[in-house]
Design a protein around this ligand. Structure first.
Ligand SMILES: NC(=O)c1ccc[n+]([C@@H]2O[C@H](COP(=O)([O-])OP(=O)(O)OC[C@H]3O[C@@H](n4cnc5c(N)ncnc54)[C@H](OP(=O)(O)O)[C@@H]3O)[C@@H](O)[C@H]2O)c1
Length: 316
């Protein structure tokens, strides 16, 4: 077996899941685990990584392609000593579908007042609350990439009025779209804001007091709601807490945080109008990840262009 075909796997995922997925993966290639400090990675050609060992690039100086274990690559691009080689994002139907399920669930849960009913239940209170229709609410999705595009379509199927915002303007049937310059108009229409943006220098801290204050007030839910499953670095949590406390926002559903795990002393844990999930909106399916990486390695070796390449200039 040629050392040229060696794959390093350095994924901080559930060990058992990775072991099980490796049983059928990368046939004809040598697979090395970077978690073993004594393994010689010096001839490795590819690396499949998620939060890898900090010395990976020193130990594997001949890498030609990096495969991200997730759709987001901010932590990879921030790694010291990152070699100037292609970085491939993980794009797969399983990941996309799971994210859309989470987004639609959160939007529906606010439409149907689930947090308010849970509160009433704890107080043994039998009281029917107002019941707007989905079409009376506008869900605004920031980020119309692989995940955002699927989410807007599925939100639309559920009957919501849907608008979308991205750097370059998109054409999506039945959905009004805005580009970077149209942010104010987009926010002014939005009752439920969904963040599906990558973390880049341009999107760091974008969800701040100023942005929350520009969302539509007085829509069918009374106050706007913020949902974020992109990256926590895009939200200013002090501003978010203040907006929730002073009634600029009616609620928040958060899967990502400035610091993860969310520190025990974060006020977000205990706020009645906040739902926290532990960066679990859409987990990578490891088998699918390896299948994708393998297919891309085959393309690369056949001289075909790699797909889902990260643009180092834009950071996603
Ligand atoms: N919570 C979880 O479990 C989980 C799971 C997977 C992924 N994620 C996060 O979700 C993010 C999005 O994934 P994806 O696959 O949809 O990414 P993607 O296909 O790269 O799409 C990114 C979208 O964001 C837009 N965008 C980027 N920078 C922007 C800016 N400065 N202003 C306006 N729009 C901007 C892009 O605009 P253009 O279309 O104009 O380029 C694009 O529409 C990932 O980066 C990751 O951080 C979270």
């Amino acid at each position: 077996m040629s050392a040229k075909n060696t794959v390093v796997v350095d994924l901080k995922f559930e060990r058992r899941e990775v072991d099980a997925a490796l049983v059928d993966a990368f046939a004809g290639r040598t697979v090395l685990r970077a978690s073993d400090p004594d393994v010689d990675l010096s001839e490795a050609r590819y690396a499949v990584i998620w939060k890898p060992e900090p010395d990976l690039f020193q130990r594997a100086p001949k890498l030609e392609v990096l495969f991200s274990g997730g759709a987001g690559v901010d932590h990879i691009l921030a790694m010291p000593g990152l070699p100037d080689i292609p970085v491939v994002r993980f794009v797969d139907e399983s990941l996309t579908t799971r994210m859309s399920e989470w987004v639609v669930l959160q939007a529906l849960s606010h439409l149907r007042q689930v947090p308010a009913y849970l509160k009433q239940q704890r107080q043994r209170q039998w009281r029917e609350l107002s019941q707007p229709e989905a079409k009376e609410l506008t869900v605004g999705v920031m980020g119309l990439g692989v995940l955002g595009l699927d989410s807007v379509r599925k939100l639309k199927v559920m009957g919501f009025d849907v608008v979308g915002w991205s750097r370059s303007r998109k054409t999506i049937e039945g959905i009004e779209t805005f580009d970077s310059g149209g942010l104010d108009a987009f926010l002014g229409r939005t009752d439920i804001l969904v963040g599906l943006l990558p973390l880049t220098p341009d999107t760091r801290g974008i969800f701040d007091a100023s942005l929350f204050s520009r969302l539509r007030q007085g829509g069918a839910l009374g106050k706007p709601v913020f949902i974020n499953a992109g990256r926590g670095g895009s939200q200013v949590e002090a501003d978010l807490v203040a907006a929730l406390e002073n009634g600029i926002l009616g609620g928040a559903l958060l899967d990502v945080f400035e610091k993860e795990p969310l520190p025990a002393d974060s006020p977000l844990w205990a706020m009645e109008n906040v739902i926290v999930t532990p960066h679990a909106a859409s987990a990578s399916d490891v088998r699918a990840l390896f299948r994708n990486a393998e297919a891309q390695m085959d393309r690369y070796e056949a001289g075909e262009p790699l797909q889902h390449l990260v643009d180092r200039k834009t950071g996603y």
